[in-house]
Design a protein. Structure first.
Lengths: 301, 228
């Protein structure tokens, strides 16, 4: 197929859409529904992921050491712990720091009460705060730490991140199932729309083939039609979703300001910088696959 | 130009449509193929266009071995063959100039050449003044002339005509034959399948008569072979 025929095919593809406008609209609507749901699920999962990451960065396990272990031993254990793959970073709190923190937390209003302690009552409370890469690894790491020689006690975090991770996983599975069904329906509808276009133009295609048109030349306008339907079907819901998302986040944060500290929403740009190209790609692919099935079966006139 | 060697075509029903056909047509010949309905004329045309494959035997067009032509190369073979049908097969949604230009666009001819070529073809079939007319505004004879112009616009070496006068009155039939004769004199090989005895007798061209899938006569200077 030659480049000079490209414009001819584009015009022909749009003519096909106009001829079968009702079916084209039905196909666009189905793709739009599919992409809209895909966008909703993607936004949900992306936000869940973001919240999990935020929560995970705060999850830490506190490790206390045997009373007879000196500071050198503690620092050595710290090195060992920090080399674990589950660990993102560790923070050492010496006995003095622990006492200072305690004082500022509990005796801030009555510092004279703290002066009643001549020795550091937390002398044996040097600890490491061990931060994790992934909340799911907490139990593995705790088990390892509890069995480590020199470790007296491990305090684990009962954070909600694991719950969030499970919820995100569940939403992903539901999303994959629904989007897969809608994808199949979209492809089926596009195939039907293109088949109707082929049937309407059966005589024309037959003449084209007698004259010596290549398969690529005959099929090209139908691929244009499928791609345009897919593209429009992807862009419309993405634009709508962009406004709904921004509006919803603003609404939730302004009406329920108490949630501001709990819910960290992703910025709309961060979501849609990924969602727009992925949706457009998905729409085009649906169009191409639908057209492929149609021309493979029906354009052989 | 066209060679068929011991060609047989049997449909899935088991009915032999062609049975051991041997045919040689030279470049620049004008040949009539005549015979009753069911004699195998249409099957022969379909084999030459490679709409069908022979059950056995060999077919060559322009030294190309049709049996081995792939689907990918088929369009390029068909560009050497113009086809005219009894029912014209014009596109009703475009005018006659666009109908002819369509054939050029389909083979991706350069757009600067299309207009000149279309006008030349319209002039050849005597319809230059009607270039903006739509097919439904023309008589049957005029529509067939447009179909001939469309078949010739890409300069094919062979013109296959399947009952080109089947829907036309004698005056229009004669006009179509005059155009086909003129096309042949310019060097195009013309193969006409017809029932029209008067025209065959009148034109005095090579005439092949078919019956029950076989060639029963091949007369150099025309004339209808009458079966008992």
């Amino acid at each position: 197929m030659k480049i000079r025929s490209l414009w001819y095919h584009i015009v022909d593809g749009f003519k096909n859409i106009h001829r079968n406008r009702l079916f084209s609209l039905a196909s666009m609507a189905t793709i739009a529904a599919c992409i809209f749901l895909f966008g909703v699920f993607y936004s949900l999962i992306a936000n869940f992921q973001y919240m999990i990451e935020s929560a995970e960065s705060e999850i830490c396990v506190t490790v206390f050491f045997d009373e007879d272990l000196d500071e050198t031993g503690i620092l050595k254990l710290g090195d060992t712990i920090s080399q674990r793959s589950e660990v993102s970073r560790i923070h050492y709190t010496s006995a003095e720091e622990a006492w200072e923190n305690f004082k500022s937390e509990y005796f801030a209003d009555y510092p004279e009460l703290a002066e009643g302690f001549s020795d550091n009552p937390l002398a044996k409370s040097a600890s490491y705060e061990v931060y994790l890469n992934n909340a799911d690894d907490q139990s593995t790491l705790v088990e390892y730490l509890e069995n480590l020689e020199g470790v007296r006690q491990v305090n684990k975090s009962e954070a909600t991140a694991t719950g969030l991770a499970s919820a995100a996983r569940l939403v992903s599975y539901i999303a994959i199932a629904i989007v897969a069904i809608l994808l199949a329906v979209s492809i089926f509808l596009i195939t039907n729309t293109i088949v109707i276009g082929i049937t309407v133009r059966k005589d024309e295609i037959s003449i084209m083939k007698y004259i010596g048109a290549t398969d690529a030349f005959v099929n090209a306008p139908f691929f244009v039609e499928g791609i345009v339907i897919g593209l429009v079907g992807a862009l419309i819901p993405t634009i709508i979703l962009r406004y709904i998302y921004a509006g919803l986040v603003n609404y939730v944060l302004s009406k329920f300001s108490v949630l501001k500290n709990i819910l960290n929403f992703l910025d709309a740009n961060a979501v849609f910088n990924v969602l727009v190209p992925v949706s457009v790609f998905l729409g085009i692919i649906i169009g191409i696959i639908g057209t492929f099935f149609a021309v493979r079966k029906h354009a052989d006139v | 130009m066209i060679i068929m060697e011991n060609v047989t075509k049997t449909y899935t029903t088991g009915v032999p449509a062609l049975n051991g056909i041997d045919l040689h047509i030279q470049k620049g010949e004008f040949v009539f193929i005549v015979g009753k309905s069911g004699s195998g004329k249409s099957t022969l045309i379909k084999l030459l266009l490679k709409e069908l494959d022979p059950t056995s035997g060999k077919i060559y067009i322009n030294k190309k071995f049709l049996n081995k032509i792939t689907r990918k190369k088929l369009p390029y073979l068909r560009r050497d063959i113009g086809v005219v049908f009894q029912d014209f097969r014009l596109l009703p949604d475009r005018n006659i100039a666009d109908n002819i230009a369509f054939a050029q666009k389909v083979v991706e001819a350069p757009s600067r050449k299309i207009k000149g070529r279309v006008l030349a073809m319209l002039s050849m079939v005597g319809l230059l003044d009607k270039y903006k007319s739509f097919p439904n505004e023309l008589s049957g004879g005029e529509q067939q002339r447009v179909a001939i112009a469309r078949a010739l616009v890409n300069n094919p070496e062979i013109l296959l005509c399947d009952e080109p006068t089947g829907n036309l009155d004698p005056a229009n039939s004669n006009e179509i034959m005059r155009i086909l004769d003129q096309v042949n004199k310019q060097g195009t090989t013309v193969l006409v399948v017809t029932h029209n005895m008067e025209i065959v007798q009148q034109m005095r061209k090579r005439t092949i008569t078919m019956s029950e899938g076989k060639i029963i006569s091949d007369m150099e200077k025309g004339g209808y072979f009458y079966e008992d």
